[in-house]
Design a protein around this ligand. Structure first.
Ligand code: BTN
Length: 257
């Protein structure tokens, strides 16, 4: 990728006013924070990140030429209380982009991971920055197993490892922006509930037992009107609506042990 390819990928997107390519950066999320005063509509993509960040303070491995690493600053079309749902919309748009370009159908692990065979192919990080959302997207496209650090080798996968071919980052970005913009407009008009079917179809958690970091646990049976996880907990708790929280364990596991 380079500035020209990035501009072609962003052309026609109502969400992107300016885009900037950098060969190397600490983190595209941090760059967006620095550029935030310019207002929403900025997209930054990098060849490699030296301090790529994931959720829960984790590092995000982003090797040069290994994948697509970008952040977009935008203002969601609904009230701030509903902004967390943008993560799910981004995951759906990315899933569609990968399926259209590679034929691979990823599973969605609520709220922000895309998986193939239980291994992570992409992650999404949404943060509030200067009254807008900084949406960070990382997708493994071209790495081989040995390109990942040893501790990630059984946890991560790339499109090339799964399909035999590395898709062009610019194509994935263009398809993502198209799908994200379409869903974002629909979310603005109709709200989160209209995405229930699509989210349930993509979900790898449906029917599984999950335990959350706060100790609550139960079987995933549905999604709520705002995209929340609905767990069927052991009696007497009954149904639980989980709007946020971290999943500590999943049964049966997503990857064979
Ligand atoms: C996660 O799965 O925990 C979220 C990973 C998000 C990674 C992307 S890569 C581009 C952007 N810049 C970052 O530092 N993080 C996000």
């Amino acid at each position: 990728m380079n500035q020209q390819i990035l501009e072609e990928a962003c052309r026609g997107s109502a969400l992107v006013v300016h885009c900037r390519w950098v060969d190397e950066i600490d983190s595209t999320q941090e760059e967006l924070r620095r550029l935030a005063p310019a207002g929403p509509g900025m997209l930054v993509a990098a060849g490699t990140q030296t301090s790529g960040r994931g959720r829960r303070g984790r590092c995000w491995f982003s090797s040069a030429g290994g994948g697509l690493w970008f952040s977009l600053l935008f203002t969601p079309p609904r009230a701030a209380g509903e902004w967390p749902f943008m993560t799910a919309l981004a995951a759906l748009a990315l899933r569609e982009a990968l399926r259209r370009e590679t034929g691979l159908t990823c599973g969605l692990k609520w709220p922000n991971d895309l998986l193939l065979g239980g291994c992570k192919i992409a992650g999404i990080l949404a943060e509030t920055v200067a009254g807008s959302v900084a949406l960070g997207v990382g997708v493994n496209l071209a790495q081989g197993r040995e390109d990942f650090p040893e501790e990630l080798r059984d946890l991560a996968v790339s499109a090339r490892m799964a399909s035999g071919r590395a898709p062009a980052p610019g194509v994935i970005l263009r398809l993502f922006l198209e799908g994200f913009e379409r869903r974002s407009e629909r979310f603005g008009r109709d709200g989160a509930a209209v995405f229930r079917e699509e989210l349930l179809k993509a979900s790898v958690l449906l029917g599984r037992m999950v335990r959350l970091s706060d100790g609550r646990h139960g079987r995933v049976v549905d999604l709520g009107p705002g995209g929340e996880l609905i767990l069927e907990a052991p009696p007497p708790a009954g149904h639980l609506l989980i709007a946020s929280g971290e999943i500590e364990s999943i049964e049966p596991p997503l990857r064979p042990r």
